[in-house]
Write a protein that binds this ligand. Structure first.
Ligand code: SF4
Ligand code: SF4
Length: 96
């Protein structure tokens, strides 16, 4: 197994949760998502969050910086990518 597989392990753990547990976990993560403060997000009309889980959004198209490395969800899930709103969810970027 490659060195940094924290995200893969987090996804494996999530796959064993019930739907209610997953929904509760996603609601908690959404509360701490900092996408709303991101320069690539502001002014686009986008209202959703948590793109590291939900993936690309058509409204966000220009890379003007990504706040994800400073977001607590990055550490919680072991995320290691950027621009989830444009490049795809962590799962997509991990090739899962
Ligand atoms: S890592 Fe990025 S997309 Fe995921 S919750 Fe944090 S700010 Fe939002
Ligand atoms: S995923 Fe990154 S670039 Fe996209 S809105 Fe969130 S912080 Fe900004």
């Amino acid at each position: 197994m490659p060195k940094n597989m924290t995200f893969e392990l987090a996804m494996e753990a999530m796959s064993k949760m019930s739907l209610d547990e997953i929904n509760a976990s996603l609601a908690d993560l959404t509360k701490i998502c900092v996408c709303g403060k991101c320069p690539s997000y502001k002014g686009t009309g986008e209202t959703r969050l948590l793109f590291c889980v939900t993936g690309k959004r058509a409204l966000i198209q220009k890379e003007k910086g990504c706040m994800c490395p400073a977001c607590p969800v990055t550490e919680k899930l072991g995320l290691r990518w950027l621009y989830y709103c444009m490049k795809g969810s962590g799962k997509e970027q991990a090739g899962l």
